[in-house]
Design a protein around this ligand. Structure first.
Ligand code: ATP
Ligand code: MG
Length: 547
């Protein structure tokens, strides 16, 4: 028999009896006390049970009385609601709608009245619930007590409010609730309130909670729910869509080049290494060599939208370690300016179509970032193209002189670029422009030198609001010239990793040019956002690898 099955006898210290044998009278008293205590406990338990039963009966009675009990609570298994509608499709015709939305705010006004602010993709509409048969006080309590950010299914009547709802996006309509069901409940405590993230990152607002960019990015899922983030992500989507639209219309082919590569061919310092089985692999810093190999593969006109990785420890407003690259490469007939013009028209197309197709989103973003709507495009629909040396001259006129060495061996600094952007805006009334003919010394080895002056090259950068959004060039397509250019830049053409690329030219490759754009930068500068992280879904920078 196991010990635990032995009948147990209370130990003396548990009964309160002393270890020494007790006197007869003492023992009688003790058992009397124990009986009294037990009776008391029993009475207490009976009282509690009676109270619980009464509460249960009351709740049951209340539920039986609850004329609205089927109109709220958990979403019923057999959901017979009408198909759901989006707020943006509402008309001012008074009719019943069903919506799935987030609770932006819930508030009980009185036992008979509660308000919800509902949110869909950042757009808000007010919903109101008032006690009137069959809507009960219990339903009002449930509705007004919903946790903020929960997802609910609401059926109600669209009506015109007596006065416009200034805190809503759709101000001239509201929903008069008939049913409200929980679809997905949000926790009562959120790490950040979406409404606090709706203000632009702080310059300390008067007493309101400060949500820093760091907090917002740490809680990016909540941050993405704001009206502004919603609109910005639509602009990113628009840039990618317009880029592919233009490319496909021009007969360009969408390509998908590898991001895992075997050699750091574009400079070893800013490339991420990855463990590749028993070898070292790298993350592609651009699709440059591969898009040119596609040209050698007779594809003539190609484009790609894909991640680009840069292991640069650049902690600035415009550098990410992973960004969305928009790349293209194209053959030409006589002169690389055919491709340059193609790229200029591409940008004019993207930027002007953004203004046209995304006017509503731009207006939304403008509420937080006032420059969002003021991007200036050239009036004649043609990009302004200057030479690099014209830029140098404009800066000189403004008192910024570059030495002979600086002109040919350095590029503009970020400060100079910005200043030049302002000069060009004042003089030519445009925020988008192109500089052609950069010094050869500042461009990569595959860039074609200017045949008329070898200090320069057939290469170009595109700028928005004075900051770079694209680099491109005519590429060397002659193998001897290419090897010579590599050597002049201190690269060894026989170095591992170049072989496949160079073979593409040994086997013959037509003249071509192209460019690489940063999607996040285009969005950032088009909207005048202060930080590229705001134009990246889940930004990656030297400090950030989550969420
Ligand atoms: P920068 O001088 O601003 O560092 P870059 O000249 O090194 O840029 P390129 O190699 O020419 O950049 O890349 C082509 C385009 O890709 C750039 O014009 C820019 O739009 C984008 N881009 C480059 N680096 C980054 C980055 N770290 N973060 C976001 N976008 C980038
Ligand atoms: Mg560049």
């Amino acid at each position: 028999m196991a010990d635990s099955e032995l009948p147990t006898r209370p130990k003396p210290e548990e009964t309160g009896a002393a270890a020494a044998p007790a006197a007869e009278g003492d023992s009688k008293n003790a058992s009397k006390n124990a009986a009294k205590k037990a009776a008391k406990e029993k009475a207490k338990a009976e009282k509690a049970a009676a109270r619980a039963a009464q509460e249960k009966a009351q709740a049951a009675a209340q539920e039986a009385n609850d004329t609205a009990k089927h109109l709220y609570g958990k979403l019923p298994e057999s959901d017979d609601a009408n198909p759901t509608t989006r707020f943006t499709d509402f008309t001012d015709e008074e009719k019943e709608v069903t919506v799935v939305a987030r609770v932006d705010n819930a508030r009980v006004q009185s036992a008979k009245l509660a308000f919800l602010m509902l949110r869909q993709q950042g757009q808000k509409i007010q919903a109101v619930i008032a006690a009137a048969e069959p809507i009960s006080r219990q339903m009002i309590k449930f509705t007004g007590g919903l946790n903020v950010n929960s997802i609910v299914k609401v059926t109600g009547l669209i009506k015109k409010p007596e006065i416009p709802i200034s805190s809503a996006t759709i101000q001239h309509l509201e929903i008069h609730i008939r049913k409200v069901y929980m679809i997905s409940e949000a926790a009562q405590m959120l790490p950040m309130q979406v409404k606090d993230a709706e203000r632009p990152p702080p310059v300390d607002a008067d007493g309101a909670p400060i949500v820093t960019l760091k907090t917002r990015l740490d809680n990016r899922v909540l941050d993405l729910q704001t009206e502004t983030s919603q609109a910005i992500t639509w602009i990113s989507s628009g840039v990618a869509q317009l880029f592919s639209e233009y490319m496909i219309k021009s007969g360009s082919r969408w390509i998908f080049t590898p991001k895992l590569v075997g050699a750091a061919t574009e400079g070893g310092s800013n490339v991420f290494e990855v463990k590749y089985f028993k070898r070292t692999g790298y993350l592609a810093q651009s699709p440059q060599l591969y898009k040119q190999m596609c040209i050698a593969g007779d594809m003539e006109n190609v484009f790609e939208i894909a991640p680009v990785f840069r292991a640069e420890d650049s902690n600035t407003h415009r550098h990410l370690t992973e960004f969305a690259g928009l790349d293209f490469e194209k053959t030409f007939d006589k002169h690389y300016h055919e491709v340059l013009e193609f790229a200029e028209d591409l940008l004019v197309f993207i930027l002007s179509q953004l203004k046209e197709r995304y006017a509503a989103q731009i207006a939304t973003i403008q509420k937080s970032y006032p420059k969002a709507g003021d991007f200036k495009l050239p009036k004649n629909g043609k990009a302004l193209r200057l030479n690099y040396m014209d830029g140098v001259a404009l800066l000189k006129e403004a008192g910024v002189d570059m030495s002979e060495q600086e002109r040919f061996e350095n590029d503009f600094s970020t400060a100079m670029e910005k200043q030049l952007g302002q000069i060009i805006r004042d003089k030519y009334d445009t925020d988008f422009y192109v500089l052609d003919k950069f010094p050869m010394a500042v461009r990569p080895f595959y860039t074609k030198a200017d045949p008329s002056d070898a200090r320069f090259s057939n290469s170009y950068d595109f700028f928005m609001r004075g900051e770079e959004i694209m680099s491109g060039a005519q590429r060397i397509n002659d193998i001897a010239e290419l090897e010579e250019s590599m050597r002049s830049k201190g690269l060894d053409p026989t170095q591992e990793g170049f072989e496949d690329y160079l073979n593409a030219f040994r086997q013959g490759c037509p003249p071509h040019a192209g460019g690489g754009l940063g999607m996040n930068r285009i969005v950032m500068f088009f909207l005048g956002l202060p930080n590229v992280r705001l134009a990246s879904l889940f930004p990656r920078d030297p400090q950030r690898l989550r969420p």
